[in-house]
Design a protein around this ligand. Sequence first.
Ligand SMILES: Nc1nc2c(ncn2[C@@H]2O[C@H](COP(=O)(O)OP(=O)(O)OP(=O)(O)O)[C@@H](O)[C@H]2O)c(=O)[nH]1
Ligand SMILES: C[C@H](OP(=O)(O)O)C(=O)O
Length: 202
Amino acid sequence: MRPVVPVSGRDPKTRLSPVLSPAERREFTEAMLADVVAALGSAGYSPEVVSTGPVECDAPVTVDDRGLDALVNDLLSAGPLAVVMADLPLLTAEAVDRLFAPDADVVLAPGLGGGTNAVVCRHPDFRVDYHGASIRDHRRIARTVGASLAEVDSRVLATDVDEPADLAEVLLHGDGAAADWLVDAGFELSFDDDGRVGVARE
Ligand SMILES: Nc1nc2c(ncn2[C@@H]2O[C@H](COP(=O)(O)OP(=O)(O)OP(=O)(O)O)[C@@H](O)[C@H]2O)c(=O)[nH]1
Ligand SMILES: C[C@H](OP(=O)(O)O)C(=O)O
């Protein structure tokens, strides 16, 4: 099994633009990537990072500016593949073990909001179609190609950081590079009048 972590290296996490500058979005992306690479490494895997631009991390990096679907589908055509997104800063070795445990042709880890945060594929005909409610598309594609399917119900695999509100999850539950980066950058939990948790910056 070949574990690959795709990452936007050039202009990542544009949905965090309301709270992070372009340079900060790149730094925070590298911090989340470090957490993902560390979790995969702790579980005994040696991930390859495929980035649209130069990134610093403790894994071999290939720069490839193709879009996500073209990139991943090309890699899938070469054989079994695991795709773990780079924006999962709560990822743990235990969750990685759970991702690789099912003996199914296709294993999906749904993300909050309908995305697909990780895929393990052992079927020659399965292909990805990211964005939108991709988890539904990936279930459908697995059915269409006759692949057996398993899904992993895991909070840390489901927690991808897309929008400013997601940063609260990192402050609440993270203890890695991304959580440290946010604290160093002055982020802290905030509570609105209804007691809802969010983030604020000093
Ligand atoms: N290699 C590669 N990785 C990508 C590409 N698009 C997204 N990713 C990565 O795939 C994961 C999910 O993508 P998104 O959540 O849309 O992340 P993003 O593109 O950085 O964020 P937004 O600009 O806010 O959409 C993240 O780990 C991204 O870094 C791409 O075109 N190529
Ligand atoms: C790539 C995309 O990520 P999201 O924008 O849902 O985080 C998806 O998982 O389909």
